[in-house]
Design a protein. Structure first.
Length: 460
């Protein structure tokens, strides 16, 4: 008996824990849970805000995903706080367990290494995923948070009970069930606490970089390149039908477009000015005439090259690549000017003097009509291929209800048909730059003359 008392006394005396010390341990555990939860919450929001500068769009978490993350972080915090509380209860010499009892050392070691080892591993892996997700990865964690986080929290919780089951044998399942219910209640309660006003952060992020439902297109001939000068204009329509344009996070009016373009031209080298593009971003359901108003202002200052931003559904590239359709406007776009009383610089020709002999009329609306005949979107490319090279010009006819998506659908099919015809008749290729450069350019010029893109635009 004396040998057992001195070397392996496994008796536990819960009654030796004073109420004051039990209350102090629980309070410190709750404070620890809130502190750890605050740390995880702030780290998550900090990385999310930092990712705004890397991604093309602000990273806005849906409410259900945010709640899942909060529950996971709250669960981790409560499990760690539970280990801190157990350590406080059994570490103080209250004769609850004998000092020479190896079970006591195992309980204390399990709680210490459980928290610190997991925090070390979780922090290292979490930082790696967060840093790479800002610039290099596009991984959606949402489908895996629910199942994996629940399993992880369950394993951590059961691991904290691994040594306790050796001393709490009487009514162990009842105590463990009650303890689990308390842990769940605390987890759900703490997860409802929002340390940071994330709604204000989201509103500021959306205001500086609005999210647009861009028009969809299977064709694109333009990608963002830092070597090609661009001006980004984001077009929005307010509730009072007022047209607002966002340029580098600032609201400007349509009358400020000329000053924006002139300021950009001044900052460029003279040889780069002809390669300047204006990239337009707008919702696909916006009325087309508002887009054409902006284009008319651009053409009036001889800015003819634009890029229509389109939706990139390629998950592997959409974080790094902004796709679009390069287009050179025709002088007929001037008919869409908002204020036609303002004089424009003289053009090298009169618009009325352009009278093509063969014109294909295309009415663009929810249904597309080619010379009075309805054509489906699937057969539109083939229809263009039949007419390209035979017609002098394609006349796009819009009405007040024509949407931006309807225009992009027809324009992308038109460009796709032209590019496919040119590729089919191409005979000179080059694997790298400067190979057969002169011959290649001469053939490309001939193909552009044989399969041109000539578009007239008219508002019906």
């Amino acid at each position: 008996m004396r040998l057992k008392r001195y070397f392996y006394d496994s008796r536990i005396n819960i009654k030796n824990i004073s109420k004051e010390w039990f209350l102090i341990s629980v309070i410190i555990g709750l404070i620890s849970a809130l502190t750890i939860y605050n740390f995880f919450y702030i780290i998550r929001e900090s990385f999310r805000v930092m990712s705004f500068g890397f991604a093309n769009l602000p990273y806005i978490l849906p409410e259900e995903d945010r709640n899942l993350y909060n529950i996971f972080f709250a669960g981790l915090s409560v499990v760690f706080a539970n280990s801190i509380t157990i350590n406080m209860l059994f570490s103080k010499p209250l004769n609850v367990l004998s000092r020479r009892n190896p079970v006591r050392r195992r309980i204390l070691n399990d709680q210490i290494f459980l928290s610190f080892n997991f925090i070390y591993w979780f922090t290292k892996m979490g930082l790696c995923f967060l840093v790479f997700s800002m610039c290099c990865l596009d991984f959606d964690f949402s489908p895996y948070v629910g199942v994996l986080s629940t399993l992880l929290l369950l394993v951590l919780y059961l691991d904290s009970w691994k040594a306790l089951t050796m001393v709490l044998r009487k009514n162990r399942f009842r105590i463990q069930t009650l303890h689990l219910l308390v842990i769940i209640f605390l987890t759900l309660g703490i997860s409802r606490i929002n340390i940071i006003d994330y709604n204000s952060i989201d509103e500021l992020a959306i205001k500086s970089s609005s999210i647009y439902d861009l028009p969809h297109s299977d064709f694109h001939n333009a990608s963002y390149s830092r070597y090609k000068p661009e001006i980004n204009l984001k077009i929005e329509l307010l509730k009072n039908d007022e047209l607002k344009i966002i340029h580098y996070g600032k609201w400007v009016s349509i009358n400020d477009i000329s000053s924006i373009v002139f300021a950009e031209r001044v900052s460029l080298r003279e040889d780069l000015i002809p390669y300047l593009f204006v990239r337009i971003s707008a919702d696909k359901d916006m009325d087309l005439n508002y887009i054409k108003m902006v284009e008319a202002e651009l053409y009036s200052i001889n800015q003819q090259k634009i890029i229509y931003d389109i939706y990139n559904n390629n998950l592997l590239t959409h974080r790094f690549e902004t796709r679009g359709i390069e287009h050179k406007m025709s002088p007929f776009i001037l008919d869409f000017r908002k204020d036609k009383t303002i004089p424009i610089p003289p053009l090298p020709f009169e618009i009325d003097s352009i009278k093509p002999e063969k014109t294909l009329k295309i009415k663009i609306d929810k249904t597309i009509e080619v010379n009075g005949r309805i054509v489906t979107e699937n057969s539109l490319v083939d229809e263009f291929k039949k007419q390209i090279g035979k017609m002098d010009v394609f006349e796009y006819i819009y009405n007040q209800n024509t949407k931006y998506q309807d225009f992009i659908t027809v324009l992308s099919c038109h460009y796709k048909a032209v590019y496919e015809l040119r590729e089919q008749n191409q005979t000179i290729f080059r694997e790298y730059r400067h190979q057969n450069d002169e011959q290649y350019r001469n053939e490309q010029d001939k193909l552009k003359q044989k399969y041109p893109i000539r578009i007239m635009e008219k508002l019906n």
